[in-house]
Design a protein around this ligand. Structure first.
Ligand code: UDP
Length: 318
């Protein structure tokens, strides 16, 4: 019997996570069809794959009808604006890609008899009243708040995936992704990691929102992708948290960035955005037990690699 390569579809393939996931799938021997409308994704993230026989790129909006010829074994739905300023600028597109886009991606997987994996988010927990967050927590989300467009779209997407699993007996998975960072983030996407690194490298003030007492837990992208790949190969159907439990305040994060970059930037305070979660930390007991997974890359190493990427990108010598 010939060992024919399996085909995976990645929506959002030109995005930060989609492009790293595509690299990993190619390494694992998959053929990959990447779909992206380039609204927040960037072809720069996948240009190293141009001309590779195992990778095909289709520029399309997944909220439009999706048709692909041939076999598909796995569908990863990663398309969505994902940073708070992006989904504030693109509220309707964010709601559409989480709802209609998820429906189309599920429809494609169903038509092909493929496994489906949804990129969900720690935002499904909202401003959490349980800490750290376990998968069993139902969350504390303001549906009509500014983040509601993202949070509710992803919550709807999870409900839709479980309905396809239960009603159509499809093989589906849901990963709840916590704050992740690394090369290929967009400098201007507004998220705290590229914002602070960009400011530090330019010698501009680091903009801490509020007093900076809110916490986040940052996972390096290669760890996250490893967890997601393992989940895609598992036979578990309910949501699984993937993230790094190493929690810190935003103020401590700002100081760490100054230290690692050697920047002399000052720290200034800006107004805290509405509904900004006060704490966030994944409980990864389930991922540890189910997938034998846990983060391997230390904060210092991951941040140093990310700083190196941005220095290179901005052509700022070390
Ligand atoms: N934040 C900040 N300064 C910035 C950007 C973000 O202090 O320039 C804070 C933001 O208020 C939040 C945390 O950093 O508490 C993480 O924000 P991010 O946009 O990265 O994503 P979130 O985790 O809120 O989805």
């Amino acid at each position: 019997m010939s060992h024919k390569k399996k085909t995976a579809v990645v929506t959002g393939a030109a995005g930060f996570l989609g492009s790293h996931l595509t690299d990993r799938l190619l390494k694992e021997g998959y053929k990959v069809i990447g779909i992206d409308n380039l609204l927040t994704g960037n072809v720069h993230n996948i240009e190293h794959l141009a001309g590779k026989g195992n990778f095909k790129f289709i520029q399309q909006d997944v909220t439009e009808y999706l048709y692909l010829p041939g076999e598909v074994h796995l569908v990863f739905h990663f398309a969505s604006p994902a940073s708070p300023i992006d989904y504030l600028k693109l509220p309707i597109q964010t709601l559409k890609v989480g709802s209609i886009g998820t429906h189309h991606a599920l429809g494609l997987a169903k038509a092909k008899g493929a496994t489906f994996l949804l990129a969900s988010t720690s935002e499904t927990y909202g401003d959490p009243l349980e800490h750290p967050q376990k998968e069993t927590y139902w969350g504390n989300v303001n549906p009509i708040g500014l983040r509601g467009v993202y949070d509710e779209a992803k919550r709807f997407a999870e409900a839709m995936v479980m309905a396809y699993h239960r009603f159509h007996d499809m093989d589906t998975k849901i990963v709840r992704i916590f704050n992740t960072y690394g090369p290929r983030m967009r400098l201007e996407d507004g998220r705290v990691v590229p914002a602070f690194i960009g400011q530090a490298l330019h010698g501009e003030p680091l903009t801490v929102f509020g007093e900076g007492r809110q916490t986040r837990s940052f996972c390096f992208v290669s760890d996250l992708i490893d967890g997601i790949y393992r989940l895609s190969q598992s036979d578990y159907h309910e949501p699984v948290n993937i993230g790094n439990p190493a929690e810190m305040t935003v103020m401590d994060f700002a100081k760490a960035i100054l230290h690692i970059t050697g920047s002399k930037s000052e720290i200034v305070h800006h107004e805290l955005p509405a509904d900004d979660p006060k704490v966030r930390q994944p409980d990864i007991t389930l991922a540890r037990q189910l997938l034998g997974w846990e983060p391997q890359v230390s904060f210092e190493e991951g941040i140093s690699r990310t700083v190196e990427y941005f220095r290179d990108f901005l052509r700022i010598p070390a």
